[in-house]
Design a binder for this molecule. Structure first.
Ligand code: ARG
Length: 585
C-alpha cells in the first residue's frame, strides 16, 4: 500500500485520537508512529483500516464507540472515512490519486512511480557466479547468476553505486584434473578443431579424469603432483594451465552474454591466494592463529560456535579459505565498499561464517559489512545435478532446450510472421521463463526447475508477464494509428474511478516502495511477486474495462494513459529481474 498516503492518514488519525483523549481529560497522547494501519481484506471495505482496540482501556469505551467518536473528529478533506465496527476505514480519493499518477506518466516523469533513493551514496560490491575453470556453468550457476545480477540492479535502482564482481577459481587440484586428462590424452585436440564450445571442451576432460580415477586411483596423486608443479611455476604446466583456463573462461563469457549477466571486474584466485597466505602468517605472529602439532596454521573458532579450522596446510599450501581472506582484503583496497555481498550456495554457509569471523579477528572493521546471500539447490524434476559423473545439467544445454521449446510454441501458434524474428523472440522467452522461475522462489529454498511449467503462457510465469507487455504495446500501437497525437484528448483522471482501475493505480503506486523493500531485504523475489500482482490487477482491468472501445473517447484516453503507466512500471521491473521485454510475441 502506498506509503505516502498511509503516512498522511496515520497523522490524521493521531490528531483525531489526541483530540478525543483531550476531550475525555486523558493527559496521555498518541504518537503517529504508534498508529497501526491495516489493509482491509476486501476492497469494498476501503483502502486503509485503523483498529481502535488499543484505546479501549484508556478511554473506558468499546472500540466501536471509539471508532464513531474518532470519525467525528477526523479531517477527511482528502478522502472519506467510515466506521466499520471497531475499525475506522478510509476510502482514498481515487480521482485525485489517479490524477497524480497520470500527471507523472503524461509528463514522462518517474515521480513516485520511479525509483527510490534509499541507498544513495552507498558503495556495494556484489560477488556472484564465481565458477571454477574445470567445467562449464550448470543450472546452479544460472540461479546464482540471476540472483546476483538482479540484486545488483535492484540495489542500483535505489541509488547505490554497485560493483559486480566475479572470482574465477582458476587454481587448485580440481583444475589440474582436467589439465592432466588433457595432457595425457588430448593429443593436440582443440575446441576449434573439435567444434565444441570451449568451456564444454574443458569440462569433457574433467569428466574424463573422473573416469580414469575410478579405474586407477593413482591419477589423483598425479593431479596433486601437477598442482605442486604449478605452484613452483613449471613452464609446461603453466602454459597448459593458461591455455585451458582461457578456453574455460571464454566459453563462460559467452554464456554470461547470452543471459544478460555482466561483471565490472573479474578477480582470479591465482592472483590473490598468495596474499591470503601472507595475511595468515601475520595473524600467526600476532597470536590470533596458532600452529598445530603437525605444523598447520589453525584458528579456534569454538567460541563462535564453529570448529577449529586449518588456514594453511602443514606443507605451507593454501586452502579455499586462505584465498578468500586475501581476496576480501584485496577487494577492499581496490574499491572500499560499504557492503560486500557474496552470492554463494547454502552449502558454504559455514565457510562464510568462518571467513567473516577471521577477518574480524584480523582487525578489519569492514568485516561487519560482509554478507552471505545464500541460496538453495536447484534440480530438474528428473533428478539431481551431479558433475562428477558428467550428468550435470549444463547451463547452455538447458538454455538451448528452453529456446527450442519456445520456438515450437511460436510455430504451433503460427506466430512466426507476426513476431518477425522467431529465433530471437524464442531466446528471449526462454530467458524470461528461466529467470522468473528461478527468482520467484525465495533464494534460501531448494527448488525444482520445471522447464515446461516455466514456459507456460498462463500462470505465474515469465512468458505470461512478457505477454502482458506485448499486449499493452500492441494496444498502444493501434491507438496511435487511430489518433493523430495532437488530437489525443486531455486525460481526465476522474474517469478512472472503477474498482479494477483503482486496483491498478494502487498497485502502481506500490512499485517504488517495493523496490526499496527488495533492496533492503536483498530479496529479488519481492520484485517478482510484485510483477505478478501487477499482472493480475492489469488483467482484471483489461477484462472488465474496454480500452480502445470504451463508450467515450475521453474514457478511452484515460484508460490508455493508465495502460501506459502499467507498461512503464512493467518494463522497469522486468529489467530489474532480468526478463527481456518484448513488444510482440
Ligand atoms: N568457485 C567456488 C565454488 O564453486 C565458489 C566461489 C564462491 N566465492 C568465494 N568468494 N568463495 O564452490
Amino acid at each position: 500500500m502506498f506509503v505516502h498516503y498511509k503516512e498522511i492518514w496515520k497523522q490524521k488519525l493521531a490528531d483525531a485520537l489526541n483530540a478525543l483523549l483531550d476531550e475525555n481529560g486523558v493527559t496521555k497522547t498518541v504518537a503517529t508512529s504508534d498508529i497501526v494501519a491495516e489493509i482491509p481484506p476486501q476492497s469494498d471495505m476501503g483502502d486503509l483500516g485503523f483498529p481502535m482496540f488499543a484505546y479501549a482501556k484508556i478511554l473506558h469505551k468499546g472500540p466501536s464507540q471509539i471508532a464513531q467518536a474518532v470519525l467525528a473528529k477526523l479531517d477527511t478533506d482528502t478522502g472519506a472515512a467510515k466506521g466499520m465496527g471497531p475499525y475506522v476505514n478510509i476510502f482514498l480519493n481515487r480521482a485525485e490519486i489517479a490524477g497524480e499518477l497520470l500527471k507523472e506518466v503524461v509528463l514522462g516523469k518517474q515521480g513516485r512511480l520511479g525509483r527510490p533513493d534509499t541507498l544513495k551514496g552507498k558503495r556495494i560490491m556484489v560477488e556472484f557466479s564465481s565458477p571454477n575453470t574445470n567445467k562449464p556453468l550448470h543450472l546452479g550457476h544460472l540461479r546464482n547468476d540471476i540472483l546476483g545480477e538482479s540484486i545488483s540492479r535492484i540495489l542500483a535502482a535505489c541509488g547505490a553505486e554497485v560493483r559486480k564482481v566475479c572470482i574465477i577459481n582458476d587454481r587448485g587440484v580440481h583444475i589440474c584434473k582436467s589439465m592432466l586428462a588433457y595432457h595425457l590424452y588430448g593429443e593436440g585436440k582443440t575446441p576449434e578443431n573439435e567444434g565444441i564450445k570451449s568451456d564444454h571442451f574443458v569440462g569433457q576432460w574433467y569428466v574424463h579424469f573422473n573416469r580414469m580415477s575410478k579405474e586407477d586411483p593413482v591419477v589423483e596423486e598425479k593431479a596433486q603432483e601437477m598442482l605442486r608443479k604449478w605452484e613452483r611455476g613449471d613452464e609446461n604446466v603453466t602454459a597448459l594451465w593458461k591455455k585451458m583456463n582461457e578456453w574455460a573462461i571464454n566459453g563462460m563469457k559467452e554464456t554470461y552474454k547470452r543471459t544478460g549477466v555482466s561483471f565490472d571486474a573479474y578477480y582470479f584466485e591465482s592472483e590473490t591466494y598468495l596474499l591470503g597466505r601472507a595475511e595468515i602468517l601475520k595473524g600467526l605472529e600476532k597470536g590470533i592463529f596458532y600452529r598445530s602439532d603437525d605444523g598447520a596454521v589453525m584458528i579456534d573458532l569454538s567460541a563462535e560456535g564453529l570448529d577449529k579450522k586449518v588456514l594453511l596446510r602443514k606443507d605451507g599450501t593454501s586452502i579455499y579459505i586462505t584465498q578468500d581472506i586475501g581476496t576480501a582484503i584485496f577487494r577492499y583496497e581496490d574499491w572500499a565498499f560499504d557492503r560486500l555481498i557474496y552470492v554463494v550456495g547454502s552449502e558454504q554457509r559455514y565457510h562464510f561464517k568462518a571467513l567473516f569471523s577471521i577477518l574480524d579477528k584480523l582487525g578489519y572493521e569492514w568485516a561487519k559489512n560482509l554478507y552471505h546471500l545464500s541460496y538453495g539447490m536447484v534440480n530438474l524434476p528428473e533428478g539431481k545435478m551431479k558433475s562428477r559423473e558428467g550428468t550435470v545439467v549444463d547451463a547452455d544445454d538447458l538454455l538451448d532446450s528452453l529456446k527450442e521449446m519456445a520456438l515450437q510454441e511460436i510455430k504451433s501458434k503460427e506466430r512466426e510472421d507476426a513476431v518477425g524474428n522467431p529465433e530471437e523472440i524464442a531466446e528471449k522467452v526462454a530467458l524470461g521463463a528461466l529467470h522468473y522461475y528461478l527468482l520467484q522462489v525465495s533464494a534460501a529454498k531448494d527448488m525444482l526447475f520445471n522447464p515446461k511449467e516455466s514456459l507456460s503462457f498462463n500462470g505465474n510465469t515469465g512468458p505470461y508477464l512478457q505477454y502482458m507487455g506485448a499486449r499493452i504495446s500492441s494496444m498502444l500501437r493501434k491507438a496511435s494509428l487511430s489518433q493523430a497525437s495532437d488530437a489525443i484528448p486531455a486525460v481526465q483522471p476522474e474517469l478512472l474511478s472503477g474498482d479494477a482501475e483503482w486496483d491498478v493505480i494502487k498497485t502502481l503506486f506500490d512499485y517504488n516502495n517495493t523496490v526499496a523493500e527488495a533492496a533492503d531485504k536483498m530479496d529479488s523475489s519481492i520484485v517478482a511477486g510484485y510483477l505478478y500482482s501487477l499482472s493480475k490487477a492489469f488483467s482484471r482491468f483489461y477484462h472488465d474495462c474496454p480500452i480502445l472501445n470504451a463508450e467515450h473517447p475521453d474514457l478511452a484516453a484515460a484508460r490508455l494513459a493508465l495502460s501506459k503507466a502499467v507498461l512503464f512500471v512493467l518494463k522497469d521491473a522486468l529489467q530489474l529481474i532480468g526478463i527481456p521485454f518484448l513488444d510482440v510475441m
